[in-house]
Design a protein around this ligand. Structure first.
Ligand code: SF4
Ligand code: SF4
Length: 69
């Protein structure tokens, strides 16, 4: 799907709450060692910000392809 849009985790900011993993209905993330891992970037929906806006309270998620960054 979206090869030009997928989340990037800033592991310095991430506290491992895993809200992003639970919030994404497209299987983009898996949990590994208590932290989210982007395992399926192609499944991310282009321009979706569900996990950034709706899940992460620590500003740990940005997006590859985001021109606002
Ligand atoms: S941006 Fe949307 S589709 Fe992509 S990982 Fe986050 S919740 Fe899932
Ligand atoms: S929601 Fe944010 S702080 Fe929580 S696990 Fe995901 S990236 Fe880390």
């Amino acid at each position: 799907m979206a090869k030009n849009w997928y989340p990037i985790i800033d592991y310095d900011k991430c506290i491992g709450c895993l809200a992003c993993v639970k919030s994404c209905p497209h299987g983009v993330y898996e949990e590994e060692n208590g932290k989210p891992l982007v395992v399926n970037p192609d499944a991310c929906v282009e321009f979706c910000r569900g996990c950034q806006k709706g899940a992460c309270e620590n500003s740990a998620i940005t997006y590859f392809g985001d021109k606002e960054d």
